[in-house]
Design a protein around this ligand. Structure first.
Ligand code: ZN
Ligand code: ZN
Ligand code: ZN
Length: 363
């Protein structure tokens, strides 16, 4: 995977006149060299120069883990001993006090960033995302396939959710069962949201001690990682009869999600997808209750670019992957959100999630 990714990264560095990209433990590091590095107080840093071999600076004691990950196929491992100065090592790789432009991965700790800036004083510093965003945002054929497969895996979990939502169980109990089911076909559980009744009105409520009762609407939003790629899918369930007004609200949401997905194709702006989702919700008088953006990109991270939000004029391109997840949240009563991951194709859109989108009766 990564030889080609590094070559493309170096091409961006050359084009944009950036001398080096510095990447600490992060999704970018996994994407570039497949190394799941521990975020330690000791410096681990991939140095990708515009020209020449990438170097992976690692604490000597982490050397075996780095090699085990296969990162040495893509980068020369440069171990540093406990009494060495890793910043001086990086500085020597980047070219000492050269007056170049250096990109630093956005989530590198301040303690490292400040020390690197002191060790490489003459440089201009830019956020690593300026280099990485275009590389990560357009998914390769393999990445698209990985997203389809992890999407199918989370669909299989949703298929079993109705049997878990029973009167008398707590959200937390249901959430534990869902986490076990996610692990059947994922390597990691990323999050489990079971928002019953009024808890559904808080979009990022996880789980709690609330006991399910007849007449509850329940938002179930779940995701995990499989072979390095993330799933994320939301469906809405009812325990017994739906509460008053809920069916009407949900029908509006289904329409909004459908319209937003149908609007996806290359050349359309990200904000146009948000507008397509928002329009029917606003028209129905629920605009104030749709309290978040319509979606987020997804890949090796749950939330990455592109952001599907008003003001984002970015033009969609084939290979982008993101969520379309409008929601309506009625404080103190219930919430609902319908979420699928979609891929932008050459001439339109493909969903990776396929479970029914209407209200699902549990039991
Ligand atoms: Zn979210
Ligand atoms: Zn979600
Ligand atoms: Zn999402």
């Amino acid at each position: 995977m990564s030889q080609e990714r590094l070559a493309r990264t170096q091409a961006v560095l050359q084009r944009d006149d950036v001398d080096a990209l510095l990447v600490g433990p992060s999704a970018d590091l996994r994407w570039l060299v497949g190394y799941h590095a521990l975020p330690l107080e000791r410096l681990t840093l991939l140095v990708v120069p515009a020209d020449g071999d990438p170097q992976l600076v690692v604490p000597a004691l982490e050397g075996p883990r780095a090699r085990e990950s296969g990162a040495d196929r893509y980068a020369t491992i440069r171990p540093w001993e406990e009494t060495d100065d890793p910043m001086a090592l990086v500085s020597s790789i980047v070219g000492g006090g050269g007056a170049g432009r250096v990109a630093v991965q956005d989530r590198l700790w301040t303690s490292f960033t400040l020390a690197l800036q002191a060790a490489i004083p003459a440089s201009t510093w830019i956020p690593g995302s300026e280099v990485m965003r275009e590389l990560r945002m357009i998914k390769s054929t393999e990445e698209q396939q990985a997203l389809r497969e992890v999407g199918a895996a989370i669909d299989r979990v949703h298929e079993q959710v109705p049997g878990l939502l029973r009167v008398g169980r707590t959200e937390r109990e249901v959430g534990r069962d869902i986490a076990d089911l996610i692990l059947v076909d994922h390597d990691e559980v990323n999050f489990v949201i079971v928002g019953s009744g009024p808890n559904g009105a808080s979009p990022h409520h996880e789980t709690g001690e609330r006991v399910l009762a007849a007449g509850d609407a329940v938002v179930v939003d779940i995701g995990g990682t499989r072979a390095g790629y993330c799933s994320d899918c939301t469906r809405n369930y009812v325990v017994g009869d739906a509460p008053a007004g809920y069916a009407e609200l949900h029908a509006i949401l289904e329409d909004a999600q459908e319209r937003a997905v149908a609007a996806v194709r290359p050349g359309v702006t990200a904000e146009a997808i948000d507008a397509a989702a928002r329009e029917p919700i606003v028209a129905a008088g629920y605009g104030e209750l749709f309290i978040h953006r319509t979606g987020h990109g997804i890949g090796v991270e749950e939330h990455e670019e592109p952001w599907i939000v008003a003001g984002n004029r970015l033009l969609l391109e084939a290979g982008m992957a993101f969520s379309v997840e409008p929601g309506i949240y009625v404080p103190d009563r219930y919430g609902a959100r319908i979420e699928d991951i979609v891929l932008v194709t050459e001439d339109g859109v493909e969903r990776v999630n396929h479970r029914p989108r209407d209200v699902i009766v549990a039991g």
